[in-house]
Design a protein around this ligand. Structure first.
Ligand code: NAP
Length: 288
């Protein structure tokens, strides 16, 4: 990749940032379509966020992705937010528009894109069970509600976060039925049976947080089980749901689509989907 005086800059702000796949995927896409842009890793400690955003602004960055731990704290440094970012109360993509920084959240849209494009699942009128009430669960619930899902049941360890998510959906999407159930509630088995879509939006199943987010009883053929986790590629939950006859999908496609949507927001061009997907697959398989 060549860098010239006129090369346009984007990047990803986070801490730590060494393990991100985003520079590889976005740079492969710029090269594929012949755009003179470059995407850089931008390691920024929490206390340095304000200075970093000012720096990116004055250096003329076209935009940047935002990852942990800055997705929420970035908001106070931006000029305006998209509707989804307001509801999610989190930003993962920033675009510079003139002198203004506009915050977007593409996680939920990436999730719904993957449902529609990769498994042909249309949320409208369906019943969804979401396990988790953190940032990812919030984005997923908002996008499902935007896509007119019929009902959402939130299961979460901490009732406060789950109740807050339920109130957000109730207040903004009155046609969507929403309720909270604690993980040990006996009604969960019947809710599982009645839900066409079951989403693990907790970090349970990651190498440093082993365990199942919910029991497998009630899950079987006719259910789509989605685990937002992509490392490991197949969590125990996904493996066992598959053994029970459910259709399964991991978080790789959500990761891909949220990145493609960010690329499109910055460039106003259609992203080279195949190139980005292949680059991500190679990274996941450890080939790059
Ligand atoms: P977060 O805001 O920290 O939320 C974590 C969630 O997991 C909370 O609901 C938390 O419950 C629950 N949890 C964590 N440890 C638990 C345990 N031991 N027992 C029960 N519940 C537990 O994290 P996040 O940003 O929402 O991310 C959640 C997952 O989604 C992560 O695995 C992340 O990698 C994945 N993700 C994937 C994508 C993608 O593109 N595929 C995008 C974003 C996130 P409490 O509320 O009770 O603490």
């Amino acid at each position: 990749m060549n860098i010239y005086g006129k090369t346009k800059l984007v990047g990803i702000v986070g801490w730590p940032i060494e393990h991100t796949f985003s520079p590889n995927i976005h740079n492969a896409a710029f090269i594929e379509v012949g755009l003179d842009w470059v995407y850089l890793p931008l390691p920024v400690l929490p206390d340095d966020l304000r200075a970093a955003v000012e720096g990116l602004k004055v250096m003329g960055f076209m935009g940047f992705n935002v990852t942990m731990p800055h997705k929420k704290t970035i908001i106070e440094h931006l000029d305006t937010l998209s509707d989804e970012a307001v509801l999610a109360d989190a930003v993962n993509t920033v675009k510079r528009e003139g002198g203004r920084l506009v915050g977007h959240n593409t996680d939920g849209r990436g999730f719904v894109e993957s449902l529609k494009k990769d498994v042909g699942f249309i949320p409208e009128g369906k019943d969804a069970l979401i396990i988790g009430a953190g940032g990812a669960a919030r984005s997923v619930a908002i996008s499902l509600a935007i896509n007119r899902v019929g009902s959402i049941t939130v299961v979460n360890r901490s009732p406060e976060r789950a109740e807050e998510l339920c109130s957000l959906i109730k207040d903004n999407f009155p046609l969507c039925e929403v309720k909270f159930l604690p993980p040990d509630d006996e009604k969960i088995v019947s809710v599982k049976k009645d839900s066409q879509l079951i989403v693990n939006a907790t970090s349970l199943g990651m190498p440093d947080n082993p365990g199942l987010p919910i029991g497998l009883d009630g899950i079987g053929a006719g259910h789509l089980v989605y685990d937002l986790i992509y490392d490991p590629v197949e969590t125990d939950f996904l493996k066992r749901a598959g053994e029970h006859g459910a259709q399964t999908i991991n978080g790789i496609k959500m990761l891909l689509y949220q990145g493609m949507i960010a690329w499109e927001i910055w460039t106003d061009m259609e992203p080279p989907a195949e190139k980005m997907a292949k680059t991500l697959s190679s990274l996941i398989e450890g080939k790059v």
